[in-house]
Design a protein. Structure first.
Length: 149
């Protein structure tokens, strides 16, 4: 899906903020709900092209660790790259060293790289979802949404 940039005045911006579910909605999802009546909560995740890859657009307020983990998962599962390639792509996007990204899905989740690889191959990603929900307990809706795509 192609994304476009638009400018809105302060009044519209504050209206959108007031309608947004914190840590879940983006301006696009609020507009989708308001203009198209999509109340299902199963809004398709928007993506943006970055270094030849389609990466999901993450809402502001999402912890950087969760953001990077979900981007690695997306690149591996949807783009078909290896975990190592996905890690390098995410590291390049954030202008950090690959070990910084590895830290997010290994040390912070108390996993080895091999254990994370096993989670990535599980159909439905149930164990990874449970682990992320435990670690990032205020972001269940976003985890569900991003891992369901």
């Amino acid at each position: 899906m192609r994304m476009h940039r638009i400018e809105v005045d302060d009044e519209i911006f504050h209206y959108l903020k007031g309608k947004a579910e914190p840590f879940v909605d983006t301006p696009n999802t609020v507009l989708r709900k308001e203009l198209l009546g999509d109340k299902s909560g199963s809004i398709r995740i928007s993506v943006v092209r970055n270094n030849g890859l389609d990466l999901p657009i993450m809402p502001t307020g999402m912890p950087i660790a969760l953001r990077q983990i979900l981007e690695v998962v997306h690149i591996v599962r949807k783009e078909g790259l290896s975990r190592q390639e996905a890690t390098h792509n995410v590291a390049n996007k954030y202008r950090v060293a690959p070990p910084t990204v590895i830290d997010k899905y290994c040390r912070q989740l108390n996993l080895t790289a091999h254990a994370f690889d096993r989670l990535l191959t599980q159909p439905g990603l149930a164990d990874l979802r449970a682990l992320l929900n435990k670690k990032f307990n205020e972001h269940h809706a976003m985890i569900k949404r991003y891992l369901a795509e």
